[in-house]
Design a protein. Structure first.
Length: 323
């Protein structure tokens, strides 16, 4: 609705100070002509919007002007009160501040909206952690956070995945939480790097300031890096015949595998299934765990490996029986 868009434009100008008609048009998915008409409507309603021409210009509110309207609708209020990442807020030392802020917001809401907020908090809870996820120790998280706020270089000692400890002088740009695991995104001599915070063995804030790249988008960088990682992960497709009784367990195999294809029952009453693994070792362990209820068809190298290991298991038990 236009009224919602006009209010949103006011709030955006209040937050960003100056925006071009093109930026506003892209955000609200309307034409620039529509934005110009919206500005005329705001001006006619007494809102002091001004147009600044030239390079770096755009639309802005008269300096010092602030609207007291929140513009929150029912869905927006429910979204605010839906869930809070308690563990992550605690890691940042913000759990008490978060609870206080939500209490103040709840008290400030009109009674009818307050009921909406309580309604959603009583009925929906979001837990981003996995069942088997380990809690990581992040003693230097607050130091990293402070260096990011101050825009000062960090001297790190970092324990790499290969077991080697390295020293790094980095420009800390942001923190990312993936479930309950924290990552530091930093620049090292102009190159972007990602560090797992639990592997930081020491961290010292230096007196050296750094210039944060104006165009750097933390969320965008994280999504791109995840995509690059996914492209680099090895893929190992396996074709098997399975007893239909174990299909539910195959579908719930978690990170071990991903089912790509399930064919109808064959003449013997079994399904042919294509499963994707990351590594041959994962596939071998997985297949052996189902015993005689699964048979490897392809690749032949995996089939021979499973047969060899199965014979080895039989030999171990045969030797025990002869003793």
């Amino acid at each position: 609705m236009r009224a919602d868009r006009l209010l949103s434009i006011m709030l955006r100008l209040q937050a960003h100070r100056r925006m071009t008609a093109r930026e506003l048009a892209e955000q609200f998915e309307v034409s620039q002509r529509t934005i110009y008409r919206d500005m005329e409507a705001l001006s006619a309603a007494g809102v002091p919007v001004i147009a600044e021409r030239g390079i770096g210009g755009g639309w802005a509110l008269l300096e010092g002007y602030r609207t007291k309207l929140t513009g929150l609708n029912q869905a927006e209020i429910q979204a605010l009160f839906l869930a809070k990442p308690f563990r992550l807020l605690a890691d940042l030392g913000l759990s008490k501040a978060s609870e206080a802020a939500f209490t103040k917001l709840l008290v400030a809401l009109p009674a009818m909206y307050r009921r909406d907020a309580e309604y959603v908090r009583e009925r929906i809870h979001v837990d981003g952690a996995g069942w088997r996820q380990l809690e990581e120790n992040v003693p230097f998280l607050s130091t990293l956070q402070e260096a990011i706020w101050q825009e000062r270089k960090l001297q790190l000692t970092y324990h790499r995945s290969d077991g080697e400890a390295v020293e790094r002088l980095v420009d800390p740009l942001g923190l990312v939480a993936k479930r309950s695991v924290w990552y530091l995104v930093a620049a090292v001599e102009g190159e972007m790097r990602t560090y797992r915070v639990s592997r930081v063995q020491s961290a010292t804030i230096t007196d050296q300031p750094f210039v944060r790249p104006q165009a750097f988008d933390l969320g965008g960088y994280w999504e791109e890096s995840k995509a690059r990682l996914a492209e680099g992960i090895p893929r190992y497709p396996v074709t098997v015949r399975v007893d239909p009784a174990i299909l539910p367990r195959l579908r719930n195999a978690g990170r071990w595998s991903r089912i790509e294809q399930i064919d109808p029952l064959d003449s013997e009453g079994w399904n042919k299934v294509v499963i994707r693994f990351d590594l041959e070792e994962d596939a071998c362990e997985y297949v052996l765990s189902f015993g005689p209820q699964i048979e490897v068809l392809e690749p032949q190298a995996l089939r021979q490996k499973v047969i060899s290991l199965a014979k080895g298991v039989l030999e171990v038990y045969a030797q025990k029986s002869r003793v």
